[in-house]
Write a protein that binds this ligand. Structure first.
Ligand code: SIN
Ligand code: CO
Length: 399
């Protein structure tokens, strides 16, 4: 018997008394969670008046509440964001349309709003971040954007028109002129008018925009999804804390350096041994990180860029009769990288030829004529110009 192909899951369903998601949680998790949007009509039928607009405005005036007021000047397409805490008088001055008040973490302040989370008990509780509540007057919203985490948009009082762009191929760049991360382009593929009690679930990264149709309240149940960078940093701090000062990078097997400043294969192997995590990083990544790390001074001092940047041609003319003196705060190192090299200067990595990296790292004063011979390509000369203009080396007359 041939297996029947599974139908594409519906985008819109109706809740039942026993199934607020319109389906068992197992099916929701299998077909929608982190995969595709879902509109559930009537998910909170008869229980969607957790707050009044006045309750929310009161919360937005609390000193520790995280609140924002977003206004949209439709004619000029300008967005204005103000951060709370607010005063009652701030609300009296607002126009009739096109603004919204958003307050985060309302579940921590209001027991009724916290109880709304019971409906999401099929998710691990630690996965839920907060309930953000927004009050918007007609036309109000935060503009087209996307969130990096899953969100359940629960419609409370009033109605809101949601448009979403389910086309994954659309570019997701942000406008540079707005504090809110608004999408430069928004190509909606679906549109719904949500009534009180309806819920729109959106997985991470789906472009969306909700615009109030008359005054309305929306409850956004947002998930916590730490970025890999955040996880890695926190784990590193956690593991580093109990390590004593004595546990360090060591090199009892050291042999005389062939090229001063080179981070060679033996050094990299010692770095691996010194790392408390048995982390899976390839040599190229490890050496790129280590070179940047080890050339950053622990103090905040740094070379200052020159007041009058020099052009590459001017440098080429002076180079043969000069000596290059390295700034005392500019630490340098280099490592082989494929057929080339990476030169590290004060925490930054610059691709270049091994001979140039070697020459720049060999000693504090480098003979300009020797460097000129190594800077016959435009890229090399440009690099040297960049480094001099950044203040890491300066030209002095040859004695
Ligand atoms: C809102 O409530 O206006 C914004 C919620 C969201 O788009 O995530
Ligand atoms: Co959003």
């Amino acid at each position: 018997m041939r297996a029947r192909p599974r139908r594409t899951p519906a985008l819109e369903v109706r809740a039942t008394r026993t199934q607020p998601l319109g389906m068992p949680p197992t099916r929701f998790l299998r077909d929608y969670w982190q995969k595709r949007p879902l509109l559930v009509r009537g998910a909170f039928a008869g229980r969607h008046d957790w707050l009044t607009p006045n309750d929310l405005a009161g919360l937005a005036c609390e000193a520790t509440a995280l609140a924002r007021l977003v206004r949209h000047d439709v004619r000029r397409d300008r967005w204005q964001v103000r951060h709370g805490p607010f005063r009652a008088a701030d609300f009296a001055r607002l126009p009739k349309t096109h603004w919204t008040l958003l307050v985060q973490d309302v579940d921590k302040w209001d027991a009724d709003v916290a109880a709304l989370l019971d409906a999401f008990a099929f998710l691990p509780s630690w996965r839920i971040d907060d309930v953000m509540v927004s009050y918007a007057v007609d036309g109000g919203g935060v503009g087209p954007h996307l969130d990096q985490y899953d969100v359940f948009l629960v419609q409370g009082l009033g109605r809101r028109r949601w448009r979403i762009g389910a086309d994954a191929a659309v570019p997701k760049e942000f406008r540079a002129d707005v504090e809110l991360k608004l999408l430069r382009e928004f190509a909606p593929t679906h549109e719904w008018l949500l009534e009180p009690g309806d819920v729109l679930y959106l997985p991470p990264g789906v472009p969306h925009e909700g615009v109030a149709v008359g005054a309305c309240l929306t409850y956004s149940v947002g998930m916590r999804a730490p970025s890999q960078a955040e996880l890695l940093l926190d784990l590193a701090e956690f593991l580093a804390e109990p390590l004593g000062e004595e546990a360090r990078y060591g090199d009892p097997d050291l042999r005389p350096a062939r090229h001063a400043g080179e981070i060679d294969a033996a050094a990299l192997a010692r770095v691996r041994r010194a790392l408390p995590l048995g982390i899976q990083v390839d040599d190229a990544t490890l050496s790129r990180w280590f070179g940047a790390f080890i050339t950053r001074y622990r103090s905040a001092l740094d070379a200052a860029p020159v007041a009058r940047p020099r052009r590459a041609e001017a440098l080429a003319r002076r180079l043969p009769n000069s000596v290059l003196l390295r700034h005392p705060w500019s630490r340098v190192a280099w490592t082989r990288h494929g057929r080339g090299a990476l030169l590290f200067v004060a925490g930054l990595a610059y691709p270049c030829a091994p001979a140039l990296a070697q020459a720049l790292c060999a000693r504090r004063a480098v003979d300009g004529a020797a460097l000129a011979a190594l800077c016959r390509t435009n890229a090399a000369l440009e690099l040297l110009t960049t480094l001099l203009n950044a203040g890491h080396w300066r030209l002095a007359a040859r004695r």
